[in-house]
Design a protein around this ligand. Structure first.
Ligand code: UD1
Length: 422
């Protein structure tokens, strides 16, 4: 199993290209199931989660060709010959539940394994299921699978979420495009990935209004056609690499970065004393003088501070001047990186959903273990700032969401390499 070895201390300078968004791509790929005509995605990221979604779609009978070294995904769902998403694939990745709405909308039946828990919490899918029931789906939960039927087709309805869910909004948005009549999704997620999905569906002929606000209206159509769609920039990869020069000092241009994707996060960096400026080529991040200042962070749905950047922000705050309080409001168990950071000398106190970080002068390299995707990259960031060598194990988590980390950081002067563990 691979390990990543980081030797800390070097300030970074240079440019890092930001890939297409993993989370957008994982919602856009199942959209192919809505149409018999081809859907092509450009600017796709090259990640193991994308390979898992490819495997899932192929198991349903869709064709997915990876072109141009994986940056283009050409998909066709002309002949869907299986409507069961098996546990063996779904358990690897929760986003697999996103095939449920499209299959049901197009063919009136689908069977999808329930994903089960994951490292960062219980993460149920009840909101997905209730929303599809509101559109007229009949659901039966048996032996770990959701058996869904809509014999007469789905029907437009008002779906009001009790709280914001990105995935449930995506599932019902896709399903509603082929439902009879009008659907209104209230308390919808406003994430850029939702906006990107709506744009792609519109390019396929869907009638959608209001994406990016909390109320999305969908006028169902009889069929969707083919389209080509570029995947939006990955705001989480962007935010992660914005933290690299913030942690080490130096200056880096994040190519393709946009302020509107990371507004709340950039504001926190500003408060911490990091300069972020937007220019035609992307976002430029620099830390020139002195120690980072402590800041408090509360994770929220977009446009708030993203939970997917909480672990990485904690890595920065470990060496800030003063005490920072991080409150995790989206997932109940998302501080597993804290004990690993403490092995590197960080002073962190976790109580329930709140972590208090007291900045120390310097972190020290140590062997650490990745526990989930974002936690793993937070350990790499911490390693960049630490004295000596940090060895991160279980980096398969990292490969789910970051392409070529060692190359991207290495090109800016970081001392980082991937080795095969004996
Ligand atoms: C998506 C992202 C993930 C990110 C999260 C929050 C993808 C592939 N993943 O995950 O990286 O961390 O948004 O920004 O896009 N919930 C329920 N019932 C449901 C659905 C969700 O209780 O049916 C809860 C979850 O457990 C969580 C909260 O709602 O506490 C928000 O989750 P949600 O927005 O649905 O996250 P995902 O779509 O799974």
């Amino acid at each position: 199993m691979d390990q990543i070895i980081v030797r800390g201390g070097a300030p970074l300078s240079g440019a890092i290209p930001i890939a297409g968004a993993k989370n957008a791509c994982l919602a856009l790929m199942p959209a192919t199931l809505l149409s018999e005509e081809p859907l092509t995605l450009t600017n796709a990221p090259r990640l193991s989660d994308i390979a898992t979604m490819t495997e899932l779609l192929a198991s349903l009978g869709a064709e997915v060709s990876s072109l141009q070294d994986g940056k283009v995904l050409a998909m066709s769902s002309h002949d869907l010959n299986n409507h069961t998403a098996e546990y063996d694939i779904v358990r690897k990745m929760r986003a697999s539940i996103l095939v449920l709405g499209p299959m049901l909308a197009r063919d009136g039946h689908a069977v999808v394994s329930l994903p089960g828990g994951c490292a960062i919490g219980a993460r149920p899918v009840d909101l997905h299921l209730k929303a599809l029931e509101a559109l007229g789906a009949e659901l039966d939960l048996r032996e770990g699978y959701v058996h869904a039927k809509a014999p007469g087709g789905l029907k437009g309805a008002v779906v009001e979420f009790p709280f914001v869910s990105v995935g449930a909004t995506e599932n019902v948005l896709m399903a509603a495009t082929l439902a009879k009549g009008t659907s209104v999704i209230k308390n919808a997620a406003r994430e850029p990935e939702i906006v990107d999905l709506a744009r792609c569906l519109r390019a396929m002929g869907a009638q959608i209004e209001g994406e990016g606000t909390s109320e999305i209206t969908v006028q169902g159509v009889d069929r969707l056609h083919g389209a080509t769609h570029p995947v939006v920039t990955d705001r989480i990869e962007l935010g992660t690499y914005m933290l690299a020069p913030a942690i080490t000092g130096g200056e880096v241009l994040l190519e393709g970065g946009r302020m509107d994707l990371v507004g709340a996060f950039a504001e926190k960096l500003d408060q911490a004393g990091i300069s972020v400026t937007e220019e035609p080529g992307g976002l430029r991040v620099a830390r020139k003088n002195g120690r980072v200042r402590a800041v408090d962070v509360v994770t929220e749905p977009f446009p708030g501070f993203p939970t997917d950047l909480q672990a990485q922000m904690m890595a920065l705050l470990c060496t800030a001047e003063g005490k920072s309080v991080l409150e995790e409001k989206i997932f109940e168990n998302r501080f597993m990186h804290a004990p690993e950071l403490m092995r590197m000398g960080a002073a962190i106190d976790v109580h329930g959903g709140t972590a208090t970080v007291t900045g120390v002068d310097r972190l020290k390299g140590a062997p650490v273990m990745a526990t989930d995707l974002r936690a793993s990259v937070s350990l790499i960031l911490a390693g960049l700032a630490a004295e000596g060598e940090t060895v991160v194990s279980r980096v398969y988590h990292l490969d789910r969401g970051y392409e070529r980390v060692e190359e991207k950081l290495g090109a800016c002067g970081a001392q980082i390499e991937r080795v095969k563990a004996s």
